[in-house]
Structure formats: structure tokens, C-alpha cells
Design a protein around this ligand. Structure first.
Ligand code: HEC
Ligand code: HEC
Ligand code: HEC
Ligand code: HEC
Length: 457
């Protein structure tokens, strides 16, 4: 079934895009530097809040508190609040910590300038990112602290495989047909062949997951990431699309079309004194980076923070307040996200264990992993209308109003499935990748307890 769209961000996105395009056009004239075409996936409208695809998709300011509480629970999980504020044990499966990217080889993906810029202000480097800023602008100490952190992370390298340069034209086709555009922005200069000649190419109304960091990765690093995203991003929010090495190199070449590497100057202008690696490692622990990131090194645990049940949801300080100060995560939350998080905190604090019914638990898990980007379940989800043409070779409707070839509904799984066969289906490498949309691969640790919940009792 095609998803009913709910898009609070649609109007503001259009405005933001106009604004951005004006700025971009101005910059282009001013600087006369090569600027990536706005037709490119990396040029999606920038977002002004951490992007959690299914939260943006399904929750609106006019929603009542009971409904919005469920959206707040998704945010508690996805923004990883429980990595610093321990959740009650009974709530852990729903909102327990989620691993951020593994940084043990990050120095091979991002150079010291790119690291500095991201740590300094994640939201400036990657609008819509879920990584909170931890440096609110303490002019005295922040730049040196960030320099030490970046120096430490730049020292963490691991060898990258040699890759072919890749064919961007082929990569463009793969990007738009394999399933990437379920979550990421389609280019405005690609027309899905299923779209009849008289039909307009519509832009998606749901904001896409941003991928700005693709510009900072070298081509071999981007290829390695696409080939096996679960190796570093085990949370599987970006699942593995069963790419061959050649396909990964092609898509990386396409994503790098018009790339301007290392255009960043701020760190160089500051001309900071060099900082020792060991200091960076200490600061990594002190700043609680390790609550979300593994680096392969041992870090002493920082002093514990109040548990989730002890937090005051309307506290004038802390992560839900608008006051920012270095050391307290700044997520750049939207007012709707703040309201949803306050409701969810209150729910966790007033109920010793979750009262979600099994169908609600299933919705929660499918939302966290964004299975809804491709599949519908119980009338919710599936590619939105503007994205559906990328998932089908013909826009022909089947008798049940489904479009032919869309990923199957999860409400009607074949009765032959068992928890074991589903686990296998969701996690096993696919030795024979097919043309067209591919069912991706997830890390086994990330999809618990989906296989059991998906089967009717
Ligand atoms: C990297 C660690 C970290 C993460 C992740 C984190 N917080 Fe915090 N939080 C803090 C620190 C540090 C404080 C300040 C604690 C203090 O002053 O004692 C704080 C304070 C708070 C407070 C105010 C506490 C009070 O009662 O005054 C609230 C509410 C809060 N956080 C909610 C959240 C929510 C919701 C999330 C997820 C969106 C979150 N936090 C994620 C570190 C974190
Ligand atoms: C189910 C949704 C989903 C699908 C399908 C998907 N991605 Fe992603 N992708 C994400 C999310 C979410 C992130 C952010 C990573 C994180 O938070 O762990 C991401 C991250 C990335 C990044 C890293 C850059 C950055 O700024 O984080 C690239 C590059 C990327 N995706 C490209 C692709 C390509 C190419 C495909 C298809 C082969 C694809 N993605 C398929 C959800 C998806
Ligand atoms: C609440 C969890 C959280 C905390 C705390 C956190 N990060 Fe992150 N970090 C993330 C997430 C999530 C991403 C992925 C962002 C994205 O793709 O948009 C990320 C991405 C990164 C990346 C890029 C990784 C890559 O492979 O592309 C670096 C580097 C990084 N963080 C460093 C840090 C440092 C240094 C700190 C401490 C100052 C820190 N992070 C604190 C969640 C966190
Ligand atoms: C990028 C799009 C995409 C995403 C994201 C996605 N799937 Fe799929 N899925 C497909 C496609 C296409 C198929 C059909 C082709 C196939 O079975 O290989 C499929 C098939 C399946 C099947 C097999 C159905 C059957 O009839 O046996 C199951 C089960 C499934 N997906 C579950 C999930 C779950 C659970 C998630 C989230 C954790 C998910 N999928 C995420 C595209 C996707």
C-alpha cells in the first residue's frame, strides 16, 4: 500500500531549499569555484533538527500527548539518551543504548580538518545529524580541546582496500534503483524509467537522511563504507545493500561528482598549537564521547550522570533546555521533538515497565530501523508517492492497490517463516545480488527482537 503522507516539514523544507539555493547561487558567483550541481543527492534541503526518519514521517504538532509519547520513545532510542542516562532495565529493549559509528579506523576515513570541523559543530558540518554538539563555544578552551580530540582520532587508522575509480554514470543508476533513495535524496536530474513521459518528476515531501560526510571521505574510504556499512555502523540504521566492490566504487564515484575536497579553512586560520595524542585520548573519555563511540582503546569511565528516571523533564538546564554550554549535549531539537522527549521521559518515569502491546512494540522496532522506508505494515509505511517510481519498473496498480514490484507488505509474510528463517533473511549476506531494489542486510545485534515480533503469535 502506498503510504499516506504526513509531512510537517514540507512547507519549511521548500522555504529552506529556496533560501539555500539563493545562498548557494550567491556563493557561486562570489567565489567562482566549482560547486556541486544542486541536482545531486548531497544537496538535499538542509535540516534544522536531528533527523530521525520515522519521527519526521509520522508525528505532527497537532498530535495528542498519548500518540506523541510513542514518537518520543523513538527519539529517546535514536538520539541515544540512555548511553549517558541509564534506563530502567525493563525499558532497555525499547530505548537502550544504540552504538554510534565505531571510530577505531576513523583517521583513514576523515582527515584532521574534517574531524575538527565535525567535532566543533556537528550540526554545521552535517545539518540534520544525530550527533550532538558538545562544544557550545567556550572560546578559551574549546579550540584546543577539539584540536586534541581531532589529533587523537586522526591517529586511529586502519588500512583501506585498494579500489577501482568507479564509473559515476553507472553509480547514478545504481543509487536510484537499488534502494538508497528510500532513505536518501534522489537527484533532480535522474528520471526513473517507470515514470510516464507526461508525468512531472516530483520531489519527495519527506526529508531524506542527510549524507554530507560523504564529501569528507576519500573515494577508497567511501567505497569501503558502502561495501560494508555494518563494519563501522553496527546500529544498522544504514543497512548493507549487498553491493559488489565494483558497484560500491561506482556509487562512491557518483556521490563524489563535483566534490570540493578540503575547502575548510577555520582550523588553519586559528593556527592552533599542536596537541599530544595522549591528551586527546583523555579528553575523549572526559567529554563522554565513548558513551556513543568505540575506538578500540580502553577509556576510564567518566563520573556517572543521573539515570533516566531521575531527570527532570522540564529542567531549565541540561539537554532539553535551550541553554547550551560546553559539556552538555546540544542536539538542536525542534520544539516538537522536545515535547515528545518530555512526554516519553514522563512515561518511562511513571511506568516500571513498558505497557506497549506487541503490535506497538513491533511498530517501534520497525521505526527505529526504518523498515517503513521500503515496507508497509498494517497500513503504515512503504515508499511515499514521490519515491515509489524508483521501486518499480511499471507504475501499474495491482488489484489490492499495491504497485507492482514494491517491496512486499510485512503484514502478509508467508506462513512458512520461522524466527530462525527471518533472522537469516534479515542478516545473511546475499551471494546473488539482483537488479532492482534489494532487501538489505542488518547486524544480528541490531534487529533483536524483530524476528519474533514479526510473526503472529
Ligand atoms: C553524552 C552524554 C549525554 C547524553 C547522550 C544525553 N545527556 Fe542529558 N545530560 C548530560 C549532562 C552532562 C547533563 C548535566 C547533568 C548535571 O548537570 O548534573 C545532562 C542533563 C540532562 C537533563 C537535565 C537533568 C535535570 O534533572 O536537571 C535532562 C532532562 C536530560 N539531560 C535529558 C536528556 C535527553 C532527553 C537526552 C537524549 C535526547 C540526553 N539527555 C542525552 C549528558 C548527556
Ligand atoms: C534504510 C535507510 C537507508 C538506506 C536504504 C540507505 N541508507 Fe545510507 N544512511 C542511512 C542513515 C540513517 C545514515 C546515517 C548513519 C548513521 O546514523 O549511522 C546513512 C549514511 C550514509 C552515508 C554516510 C555519510 C554520512 O554523512 O553519514 C552514505 C555515503 C550513505 N548512507 C549512502 C547510501 C547509499 C549509496 C545507499 C544505497 C546503496 C544507502 N545509503 C542506503 C540510511 C539508509
Ligand atoms: C549521543 C551520542 C554521541 C556522542 C555523545 C558523540 N557522538 Fe560522535 N557521532 C554520533 C553519531 C550518531 C554519529 C553519526 C553521525 C551521522 O552520520 O550523522 C557520530 C559521528 C561521529 C564521527 C564521524 C564518524 C564517521 O565515521 O563518519 C566522529 C569523528 C565523531 N562522531 C566523534 C565524536 C567525538 C570526538 C565525541 C565527543 C566529543 C562524540 N563524537 C560524541 C553520536 C555521538
Ligand atoms: C531499501 C529497501 C528495504 C528496506 C530498508 C528493508 N527491506 Fe525488506 N525487502 C525489500 C525488498 C525489495 C524485498 C523483496 C525482495 C527480497 O525478498 O529479496 C524485501 C523482503 C523482505 C522480507 C521477505 C518477505 C518474504 O515474503 O519472505 C522480509 C521479512 C523483510 N523484507 C523484512 C524487512 C525488515 C524487518 C526490515 C527492517 C529491519 C526491512 N525489510 C528493510 C526491501 C527493503
Amino acid at each position: 500500500m502506498l503510504q499516506q503522507m504526513r509531512s510537517p516539514t514540507q512547507a519549511s523544507n521548500t522555504l529552506a531549499r529556496d533560501f539555500f539555493q539563493t545562498i548557494a547561487a550567491g556563493l557561486l558567483i562570489l567565489l567562482s569555484i566549482p560547486f556541486p550541481s544542486l541536482a545531486h543527492p548531497l544537496k538535499a534541503a538542509p535540516l534544522d533538527h536531528p533527523h530521525v526518519f520515522t519521527f519526521d514521517q509520522f508525528y505532527l504538532p497537532e498530535d495528542d500527548d498519548a500518540f506523541l509519547t510513542q514518537g518520543g520513545l523513538i527519539l529517546l532510542a535514536e538520539l541515544n539518551c540512555s548511553s549517558c542516562h541509564a534506563p530502567p532495565t525493563a525499558w532497555s529493549p525499547l530505548i537502550g543504548p544504540k552504538a554510534g559509528p565505531n571510530l577505531s579506523g576513523v583517521g583513514s576515513r576523515l582527515d584532521i580538518d574534517a574531524l575538527w570541523r565535525l567535532i566543533r559543530s556537528p550540526q554545521h558540518r552535517k545539518p540534520g545529524t544525530q550527533m550532538p554538539g558538545l562544544f557550545a563555544g567556550n572560546q578559551e578552551s574549546d579550540p584546543d580541546t577539539i584540536e586534541a580530540l581531532a589529533t587523537y582520532l586522526a591517529s586511529l587508522t586502519s588500512p583501506l582496500p585498494t579500489t577501482s575509480p568507479g564509473d559515476p554514470a553507472q553509480g547514478k543508476i545504481l543509487y536510484h534503483t537499488l534502494g538508497c533513495v528510500a532513505c536518501h535524496e534522489p537527484a533532480t536530474d535522474y528520471r526513473p524509467p517507470s515514470l510516464p513521459p507526461e508525468a512531472d518528476l516530483e520531489s519527495p515531501s519527506l526529508a531524506s537522511s542527510p549524507i554530507a560526510l560523504a564529501d569528507d571521505y576519500s573515494h577508497p574510504a567511501l567505497t569501503a563504507f558502502l561495501l560494508d556499512p555494518l563494519a563501522t555502523h553496527s546500529s544498522s540504521r544504514m543497512p548493507a545493500q549487498h553491493l559488489s566492490p565494483a558497484e560500491a566504487a561506482d556509487i562512491a564515484a557518483y556521490l563524489h561528482t563535483g566534490r570540493i575536497p578540503a575547502a575548510f579553512q577555520e582550523r588553519k586560520i586559528l593556527n592552533l598549537p599542536p596537541q599530544p595524542i595522549a591528551l586527546g585520548q583523555t579528553l575523549f573519555a572526559q567529554n563522554r564521547c565513548q558513551s556513543c563511540h568505540d575506538t578500540g582503546d580502553q577509556h576510564p569511565p567518566p563520573p556517572p550522570l543521573p539515570a533516566l528516571i531521575k531527570l527532570s523533564p522540564s529542567s531549565p538546564t541540561g539537554c532539553l533546555s535551550t541553554q547550551t554550554r560546553s559539556g552538555i549535549p546540544d542536539y538542536d531539537l525542534s520544539p516538537l521533538q522536545t515535547r515528545a522527549l518530555r512526554l516519553a521521559l514522563t512515561a518511562v518515569q511513571s511506568q516500571p515497565k513498558p505497557t506497549l502491546t506487541p503490535p506497538e512494540q513491533l511498530t517501534h522496532q520497525l521505526s527505529k530501523l526504518n523498515c517503513f522506508a521500503c515496507h508497509d505494515h498494517d497500513g503504515r509505511g512503504g515508499p511515499e508517492i514521490a519515491r515509489a517510481p524508483y521501486f518499480t519498473s511499471t507504475l501499474r496498480l495491482l488489484p489490492n492497490d499495491d504497485l507492482q514490484n514494491l517491496p512486499p507488505s510485512l503484514s502478509a509474510l508467508p506462513s512458512t517463516h520461522t524466527p530462525t528463517s527471518l533472522l537469516q533473511r534479515l542478516t545473511a549476506p546475499n551471494s546473488k545480488p539482483t537488479p532492482g531494489t534489494r532487501m538489505p542486510r542488518f547486524a544480528p545485534s541490531a534487529i533483536q527482537p524483530l524476528p519474533t515480533l514479526l510473526l503472529p503469535p
